[in-house]
Design a protein around this ligand. Structure first.
Ligand code: AP5
Ligand code: MG
Length: 215
């Protein structure tokens, strides 16, 4: 299966992707995670992306599309993938279509996670990530680690993302509405869009997502 996850910052894309990728036996590919890994490794790509991310803006397409393509061409993604945070504007969606078409492939579904703004603000404000692995995600109130500040999965130190400050979150939401939301109509027109509510318990959202994808 080739699936795209969309939804505002803090909707729970990363959280759901971890479970869905496991259930569907496909890799979870998050462009945000890839950028953060490049930044922590001090790569040239990371250096170029950092200022955009700190400001809550999109990293330019000429950096993002190549990085996403390289990742999708890895052997583990041969039989499918779950994209989280890519595409994030119509030109990236068009580039993805071109990439897939060239390989004789197509998307199976685009899963849209719907959550209202005050809930995403609460989710982001309490989010904590593991220094060792961005995919280990916690929340101080909704998904607290057993020991404060320590990752349950690997014992790593938990931290708050630099772009999770109130001001940057406001900008990220604005960017989502103006640049990312148009891809919802783009995929609706292709008959690929599946919208679910991302409110409620993590398990319930995963169940809703699996049901929706089966259809
Ligand atoms: P990215 O890392 O993708 O950030 P984002 O889209 O803003 O989304 P988030 O990761 O903030 O939220 P999420 O939906 O994954 O929520 P999570 O599961 O963590 O992108 C960061 C930046 O990189 C961008 O701003 C841009 O600069 C750049 N970038 C990335 N991709 C790009 C692209 N394609 N083009 C250009 N630039 C790009 O959950 C949030 C919190 O809520 C967690 O604490 C979690 O525990 C909690 N939670 C989750 N589900 C629930 C639930 N059901 N109930 C209660 N709490 C919950
Ligand atoms: Mg995420």
């Amino acid at each position: 299966m080739r699936i795209v996850l969309v939804g505002p910052p803090g909707a729970g894309k990363g959280t759901q992707a971890a479970y869905l990728a496991k259930n569907l036996a496909i890799p979870h590919i998050s462009t945000g995670d890839l950028f953060r890994a490049n930044i922590s490794q001090g790569t040239e790509l990371g250096k170029r992306a950092k200022a955009y991310m700190d400001a809550g803006d999109l990293v330019p397409d000429e950096i993002t599309i190549g990085m996403a393509k390289d990742r999708m061409e890895q052997p583990d993604a041969e039989n499918g993938f779950l994209l989280d945070g890519f595409p994030r504007n119509v030109s990236q969606a068009e580039a993805l279509d071109v990439m897939l078409k060239a390989e004789g492939m197509k998307l199976d579904a685009v899963l849209d996670l719907e959550v209202e703004e005050d809930e995403v603000v609460k989710r982001i404000a309490g989010r904590r990530l593991c220094r060792n692995e961005d995919k280990h995600v916690f929340h101080v109130a909704y998904a607290p680690p057993k020991t404060e500040g320590v990752c349950d999965i690997c014992g790593g130190e938990l931290y708050q993302r630099g772009d999770d400050s109130e001001e940057t979150v406001r900008r990220r939401l604005e960017v989502y509405h103006t640049q990312t939301e148009p891809i919802i109509d783009y995929y609706k027109a292709q008959g690929l869009l599946v919208t679910i509510s991302a409110l409620g318990k993590v398990d319930d959202v995963t169940r809703r997502a699996m049901e929706a994808l089966k259809k």
